[in-house]
Every structure is written in C-alpha cells, then in structure tokens.
Write a protein that binds this ligand. Sequence first.
Ligand SMILES: NC(=O)c1ccc[n+]([C@@H]2O[C@H](COP(=O)([O-])OP(=O)(O)OC[C@H]3O[C@@H](n4cnc5c(N)ncnc54)[C@H](OP(=O)(O)O)[C@@H]3O)[C@@H](O)[C@H]2O)c1
Length: 211
Amino acid sequence: MRIGILGTGTLATALATGWTRAGHDITIGGRSPERAEVAAKASGAHARPLPEVAADADVVLLSVRWEGVADILAAAGAPGGSLAGKPLIDPTNAVEHGVGVLRTEAGRAAAQHVAELAPGAHVVKALHLFPSTRWTAPESPPVTVAMCGDDRRALETVGSLVRDIGGVPAVVGGLDRARQLEEVAGFVIALAFAGVDPQSAIPAVPSPRGE
Ligand SMILES: NC(=O)c1ccc[n+]([C@@H]2O[C@H](COP(=O)([O-])OP(=O)(O)OC[C@H]3O[C@@H](n4cnc5c(N)ncnc54)[C@H](OP(=O)(O)O)[C@@H]3O)[C@@H](O)[C@H]2O)c1
C-alpha cells in the first residue's frame, strides 16, 4: 500500500519504520524538507513535498502536533479536496499535557475538526493511545487499537495497517465516538504523569465474545 505521512516527528518516523518493515511504500513530508529527509532516512521512507505526499497515497497519516493540523492539511491541499475518498488516519492528541484536558471545544472531537479541514476524506481516529516506540517493537505482545470512523472500507484498510505493526483493531463506532476515544488519551496521559501504569486502572471485564 502507498502510505503518505504528513509530519516528520517522532510518531511519523516510528510508524513509517513499522510500515516499511511490513512492506509498504511510504512517502513523508512536512513543513521542513530537511526534517522530512531525516525522517525518511531513519525509516526507509521517501521524502516528498506535501502536495505529492497527499496526491500519491492510498491512505494518509496525519502526524503533527494539534496546533499544526490546520497548517499541514492546507499545505497538502486537503481543503481543496486532495484527500477526498482516501482514508485519513488521525492519531493526534489535542490534549493539555500534565492535566489531560482536551483543547477542543466541548462536545467536539479533534477528528471531527480534521474531517472538516479535509473535505471528502474518510477520517479514522486511531493509533493515538500508545507511545510511538510500541510500533517499532513488533515482537511485543499485541495491543488493542481502539478506532472509530464512518467509512467501513477505510476502517478495514486502517485495521489491516494496524495488524501490520502488531496491533489488534477494535472498531468502537463512528466518528461521533471520537471525542470519547480522545478523552481516553487525556486519562492515560494524566495517569502516566501521576506515576502509575494506565493499564493498571482499567478493569478486567470479560468480552461477551470471550476475547
Ligand atoms: N510521539 C508519540 O508517542 C505519540 C503517540 C500517540 C499520538 N501522538 C500524537 O501524534 C502527533 C505527533 O506527535 P509527535 O510525538 O510525532 O510530535 P513531534 O515529534 O513533536 O513532531 C511534531 C510534528 O508536527 C509538526 N508541526 C508542529 N507544528 C506545526 C505547524 N504549525 N505546521 C506544520 N507542522 C507542524 C512538526 O514539524 P516541525 O518539525 O517542522 O516543527 C513535526 O513534524 C501529536 O498530535 C501527538 O499528540 C504522539
């Protein structure tokens, strides 16, 4: 699969590394061509200008800080429809670190803002809950990757990419559930800052399907 990555930081590089290892063709771009080259070299991807990253991809990952989301989508041509019809993975955390509070307006999800900024894209909220290092350690035990989105085929595509890096996809609903998934990130970060493993705070409830 041709995966385009918008952003050149820690998560972008880790996911590019994991998906390159799985045999995918990755292009990566950001506001700094130099940092795109560094990320590409570190991960086995190809650095490209942002409009080409968007145009040439089957699926796109949005991997920038929340404050850079609108700028990078604009630079990639998303408001003009460059991502229309494509799965757009949103792993961003619009969270005030240290207090775990969401920076988006009440009742609205970051992923819903992303969908407005990229008309026609099939936004899938996913991959926002685990540290980037998880995706470059394929020998680690599988983790459940909760995700949500409105387009069934986009969810299947992203689910398959999640499996490729050692995750088990779990679709929890449409994009109207994204806010809930984003609040979990605030919870996880707040617990980590409090000095405990967030996993220890989640009750072990058996699945009705026995999984
Ligand atoms: N790292 C993780 O473990 C992890 C895990 C889950 C989710 N996330 C989420 O993934 C996203 C990326 O995190 P990261 O850790 O990779 O961050 P990072 O290493 O700090 O990289 C941030 C990226 O955002 C870009 N950026 C920032 N402001 C921008 C702007 N105004 N316009 C265009 N680009 C801008 C940076 O570009 P420059 O290099 O040019 O500044 C860089 O490419 C965040 O939303 C984060 O919450 C991260």
